[in-house]
Design a protein around this ligand. Structure first.
Ligand SMILES: NC(=O)c1ccc[n+]([C@@H]2O[C@H](COP(=O)([O-])OP(=O)(O)OC[C@H]3O[C@@H](n4cnc5c(N)ncnc54)[C@H](O)[C@@H]3O)[C@@H](O)[C@H]2O)c1
Length: 520
């Protein structure tokens, strides 16, 4: 009797502790009042197999509003065992549901999802501004592209074609495109909802299932939007969302034997690392990485228009844009004139509360990012770059940085070579086309380039010679859902959007039929 009591004691303590944990666990949904006064229900659990659940180890992390440095809410943090559960759910959903439904079913679900994003567009934009710090102006632009892109993916879902190949009269040969299986998707914090759509859209259109990890700092919009997947008719397990750290969730996804592909957007350093981890299981990998994109102004351009474009190219989304036009090259004959116009225009941009309808540039996403940017200001100054405007924190609360222009830079300075990922631009002078092409191409990156000129021949010539995945002529940061986007060089592998994105999510199977009675 005594020994039985002794044996039971530790078990009952464990039972009591488990019960306590169960009842003291963080909620799976919380009401949040947005800075615009609107209240909504924010899911805070991991989204696995169509349900919001607590992480197995009950770990959580706080989400901070970068505009006021206050806590928004607490979200569950996934660990390796949660990844394994989500991957198993995605694998089952792939085999038993999503890869075998008619393509029209996938198309309809993506159209529904696009409609739902449109229906909730103001809430989604406000969540994004609160979580990321970007101005409502930018967030509304993101959400508009999200619904257009999901609809575009829906349109592709029943148009995944193979080929018939002429292999002679004794055979009939064709190829078909099949989905890959479970796709691991790792996204950054600069465009949380847009990246969610760029990742899940093409994967779902082609019959794959996904386990997606949002960035630690910005998990809210992906969690909110994913509950719309069910309403849209996407079965449980097809989309799974795991907030958590890159080192734990990202690594496990990249190494998991049942994950057949990793799609990543983020820094070049992390992209390189993911490629190495994914190599052990020979996963397909697409990478959308960093950049240091040139924006070239020729003397014959419409200078006022060019100035607006180059400012938009760097200060849009607080400079947290992989293809930001962060190196400006101005032809020598108009150098001082354009620089003065750029200074005046930059100083006219309103910085501050993302919910102020007149604000163009909101907060940087995190304290870490704020300090990284301010460190680069010091680097530029110590290298001898001339500060034209900005170069300091804006206000004392919230992670705001003044739009900053450095002129008279030298091409070997760190401020010209390295990605800052903030509202800081360098300006250099050139005289000839050959000279500016050499300067523009002197980079490990090759994501985008801008050309501003009224000479169509020059524009076409330079667009052919510049090493970049996207070239904008007399415009910048101008995206369309059907136009492929991605990098040359160390800016990445593969393309997002357009038909090109879909081919990253299929594999080709060739079928050759021997014919007894040859075709004549
Ligand atoms: N190209 C882009 O769109 C982009 C986006 C975000 C950041 N950046 C650049 O990266 C710099 C650093 O930002 P960061 O530290 O958040 O970027 P990051 O590349 O470390 O993070 C991007 C995503 O990768 C995940 N991740 C991190 N380590 C991982 C790992 N070992 N395995 C798998 N996933 C991992 C993160 O959790 C996040 O979801 C920025 O200053 C900027 O220059 C570029």
């Amino acid at each position: 009797m005594l020994s039985r009591t002794r044996a039971a004691a530790p078990n009952s303590r464990i039972f009591t502790r488990s019960l306590l944990r169960l009842y003291s666990q963080a909620p799976l949904r919380v009401p949040i009042t947005l800075p615009n006064g609107f209240t909504y229900e924010q899911p805070t659990g991991l989204f696995i197999n169509g349900e919001f659940v607590a992480s197995k180890q009950k770990k959580t992390f706080d989400v901070i509003n970068p505009s006021n440095e206050e806590k928004i809410t607490t979200v569950y943090k996934a660990m390796e065992d949660d990844v394994d559960e989500a991957v198993a759910a995605a694998k089952k959903a792939f085999e038993t549901k999503w890869s075998i439904v008619e393509p029209e079913v996938r198309a309809k679900a993506l159209f529904n999802l696009a409609d739902l994003v449109e229906k909730h567009q103001e809430t989604l934009a406000a969540i994004e501004s609160m979580d990321n710090g970007k101005s409502l102006f930018c967030a509304r632009g993101d959400v508009a592209l999200v619904s257009k892109y999901l609809r575009s993916c829906g349109g592709w879902a029943d148009k995944i074609y193979g080929n018939v190949i002429d292999t002679g009269k004794n055979h009939f040969t064709y190829s078909i495109k099949e989905p890959l299986g479970v796709c691991g998707q790792i996204i950054p914090w600069n465009f949380p909802l847009l990246m969610w759509s760029w990742k899940i859209g093409p994967a779902l259109a082609t019959g794959n299932t996904v386990v997606l990890k949002p960035a630690e700092t910005t998990p809210l919009s992906a969690l909110f939007a994913s509950q719309l997947c069910q309403e849209a008719g996407i079965p449980a397990g097809v989309v799974n969302i795991l907030p958590g750290s890159g080192r734990v969730v990202g690594e496990r996804l990249s190494a998991h034997p049942d994950v057949k592909k990793i799609a990543f957007t983020g820094s070049t350093a992390t992209g390189r690392h993911i490629m190495k981890v994914a190599a052990d299981t020979v996963k397909k990998v697409t990478l959308e990485l960093g950049g240091k994109s040139p924006n070239i102004v020729f003397a014959d351009a419409d200078l006022d228009k060019a100035v607006k474009n180059i400012a938009f190219g760097i200060f849009y989304n607080s400079g947290e844009v992989c293809c930001a036009g962060s190196r400006i090259y101005i032809q020598d004959t108009v150098y001082e004139e354009v620089l003065q116009k750029l200074k005046d225009y930059t100083e006219s941009l309103k910085v501050g509360d993302p919910f102020d309808e007149e604000v163009f540039q909101g907060a940087q996403t995190s304290d870490k990012q704020l300090h990284k940017i301010l460190d680069y200001v010091d680097v530029a100054k110590s290298e001898g770059a001339r500060l034209v405007t900005g170069g300091a924190r804006h206000g004392s609360k919230g992670y705001f940085v003044k739009p900053t222009v450095f002129a008279d830079v030298k091409e070997d300075m760190r401020i010209v070579k390295e990605e800052v990922f903030g509202p800081i631009v360098t300006v250099s002078k050139f005289s000839t086309v050959d000279e500016v092409i050499a300067m523009a191409n002197d980079s490990q990156y090759g994501l985008a380039a801008g050309i501003h000129t009224n000479d169509i021949n020059k524009a076409v010539d330079v667009s052919k010679r510049v090493k970049a995945g996207t070239v904008w002529i007399n415009t910048y940061n101008n995206f369309h859902q059907n136009v492929p986007f991605g990098g040359f060089g160390q800016s990445g592998i593969g393309r997002e959007m357009g038909e090109a994105a879909l081919s990253n999510y299929t594999q080709t199977k060739s079928v050759r039929i021997a014919i007894d009675k040859p075709i004549r």
